[in-house]
Design a protein around this ligand. Structure first.
Ligand code: XUL
Ligand code: CO
Length: 437
C-alpha cells in the first residue's frame, strides 16, 4: 500500500526546473572525477528523524504525523515505519539507512520482549531489502534516552546500568550484522559529566573503553567485518561530553588500543558545536586514517545547540566534499542526521528536505571537482611549504638535523625573511570565481 500518495519517484530535472520534488543537481549517473555521483555520495536515511520524530520541542508537542496509519507504540506501527522508510528511500533513490534499536520498535519493560520485537522487525526489514539495492549503513543502540542512562551508559556509576547498556549493544550489533550493516556507531550522548565534584573522569573513560572492547570482541565473533565508529560531540545533552571532537576521540581511540577497529562518524553540527568547521573535523579524521562516515546536517550560527538542519550551505558542502575526495572517499556513507523544521510537517516537506540535502551535497561535489581540476588552490598550498622541499627544510623533514645544528644555522642566517603571504583573500576569490564565474 502506498503511503506517500501523490509523490512520485524523484527525478533529476536539471538546474532550471521549478518542480519542488525534483533534483536540480543530484544526477546519480553523472560522472564526476571518474566516478558516478551516486558512488561519491552514498546517501542514507536516518530512521529516527525521518520516520519517528514529529517535531516535538521543549515548548510544544509534535506537529508532524508519523503514525503512518497505525497506533503509536505497536508493532503494526513499527512495520508501517518500515514500509514508509522503504517507499521513501526508493522514491528518492537512497541506498542506505541508519537506525537506533528503539527507532525500530517500541521498548518494552522487559528487555527479552524488546529483543524479540527487534528480531521480528529485522526479519521484516530483511524481507523488504530483498529485490532492492537498499542496505544498512550502520546501526546503534540508543543509550541516552531512557532515564536509566541519566549518568551515561559505559560511563555510568551503576554497574547494573553498564550491564544493561552492554545488552543493548549486543542486540544492536546482532541486528546490524543480520542486516549486513557496514558500520556500528557509538554516539556517547550521555558519556560525559555535569560536575567534577561527583565524577571520576578516569574511571568513566576506562569503563567506556571496556564497553567498546567488549563490543569489538563480540562483533568480530559474530562475523562483523565493518568499522566501529565514535561520533564526536562536545556537549548536549551533557554539559561536557568525553568525545568532544575528532581530535579528542582519536586520542581516546589510540590511548585505549581501539584503533584497529574504530574510525569516526563526523557530524557537521557536532563539529560546529565544538567550535570547528565541519571540514576541520573531516581533515583531522582523514589525516589520522579515521574518516569513516559522516552525519550530514548543519547548525545555526545564531543558536548554540544541535539544530540538525538539512544541509543548505553550499560553501560548507563544497569544502567538505573537497576533504572527502582528497581523503580518497568515505568507507561509510552520508547519513542525513537532520530533521525538518517544526512548521515543515507535511509528507512533501520530508521529501523536499532530502532533495535539498542531496542537492546541496551534489553541488558540493560539482564544486569540489572544479576546484581540483583548476588546481590553483592546491598548487598555492604546496608552494606555501616549498622551503621544506630542499636545503635545511628538507633536512628537517628527513630528521637529519639536531637542535644544535638548527641553532647554528639560525645564528649564521641572522633574521629570517617573513614566511610569505598566506594569500587568503586571493584564494577565496578563486573559490568564488570557480563557483559563480
Ligand atoms: C545526536 C546524534 C545521534 C547519533 C546517533 O546528536 O547525532 O543521533 O547520530 O546516536
Ligand atoms: Co548524528
Amino acid at each position: 500500500m502506498e503511503i506517500f500518495k501523490g509523490i512520485k519517484k524523484i527525478a533529476y530535472e536539471g538546474a532550471q526546473t521549478k518542480n519542488a520534488l525534483a533534483f536540480r543537481f543530484y544526477d546519480p549517473e553523472r560522472v564526476v572525477l571518474g566516478k558516478k555521483m551516486s558512488e561519491h555520495l552514498p546517501f542514507a536515511m536516518a530512521w529516527w528523524h525521518n520516520l519517528c520524530a514529529e517535531g516535538t520541542d521543549m515548548f510544544g508537542r509534535g506537529t508532524a504525523d508519523k503514525s503512518f496509519g497505525e497506533k503509536y507504540g505497536t508493532m503494526e506501527h513499527a512495520r508501517a515505519k518500515v514500509d514508509a522508510g522503504f517507499e521513501f528511500m526508493q522514491k528518492l533513490g537512497i541506498k542506505y539507512f541508519c537506525f537506533h534499536d528503539v527507532d525500530l520498535v517500541p521498548e518494552a519493560d522487559d528487555i527479552k520482549v524488546t529483543n524479540a520485537r527487534l528480531d521480528e522487525i529485522s526479519d521484516y526489514i530483511l524481507e523488504k531489502m530483498k529485490g532492492t539495492d537498499i542496505k544498512c549503513l550502520w546501526g546503534t543502540a540508543n543509550m541516552f534516552g531512557n532515564p536509566r542512562y541519566m549518568n551515561g551508559a559505559g560511563s555510568s556509576n551503576s554497574a547494573d546500568v553498564f550491564c544493561f547498556a552492554a545488552a543493548q549493544v549486543k542486540k544492536a550489533l546482532d541486528i546490524t550484522v543480520k542486516l549486513g550493516g557496514k558500520g556500528y556507531v557509538f554516539w556517547g550522548g550521555r558519556e560525559g559529566y555535569e560536575t567534577l565534584l561527583n565524577t571520576d573522569v578516569k574511571f568513566e573513560l576506562d569503563n567506556i573503553a571496556r564497553l567498546m572492547h567488549l563490543a569489538v570482541d563480540y562483533g568480530r565473533s559474530i562475523g562483523f567485518k565493518g568499522d566501529f565508529y565514535i561520533e564526536p560531540k562536545p556537549k548536549e545533552p551533557m554539559k561536557h561530553q568525553y568525545d568532544f571532537d575528532a581530535a579528542t576521540a582519536i586520542g581516546f581511540i589510540k590511548n585505549y588500543g581501539l584503533d584497529k577497529d574504530f574510525k569516526l562518524n563526523i557530524e557537521a553540527n557536532h563539529a560546529t558545536l565544538a567550535g570547528h568547521t565541519f571540514e576541520h573535523d573531516l581533515r583531522i579524521a582523514a589525516i589520522n586514517g579515521m574518516l569513516g562516515s559522516i552525519d550530514a546536517n548543519q547548525g545555526d550560527p545564531h543558536l548554540g545547540w544541535d539544530t540538525d538542519e538539512f544541509p543548505f550551505d553550499v560553501y560548507t558542502s563544497t569544502m567538505s566534499m573537497l576533504e572527502i575526495i582528497n581523503a580518497g572517499g568515505l568507507t561509510g556513507g552520508i547519513n542525513f542526521d537532520a530533521k525538518t523544521r517544526r512548521p515543515s510537517y507535511t509528507y512533501e516537506d520530508m521529501f523536499a528536505a532530502y532533495v535539498l540535502g542531496m542537492d546541496t551535497f551534489a553541488l558540493g561535489l560539482i564544486n569540489a571537482e572544479k576546484i581540483i581540476k583548476d588546481g590553483r588552490i592546491e598548487l598555492s598550498r604546496k608552494q606555501r611549504y616549498s622551503s621544506f622541499a630542499d636545503g635545511i627544510g628538507r633536512q628537517i623533514t628527513e630528521g637529519k638535523v639536531t637542535l644544535e645544528q638548527l641553532s647554528a644555522y639560525a645564528e649564521k642566517m641572522g633574521r629570517p625573511a617573513l614566511p610569505g603571504s598566506g594569500r587568503q583573500e586571493q584564494l577565496q576569490e578563486i573559490v568564488n570565481q570557480l563557483l559563480f564565474g
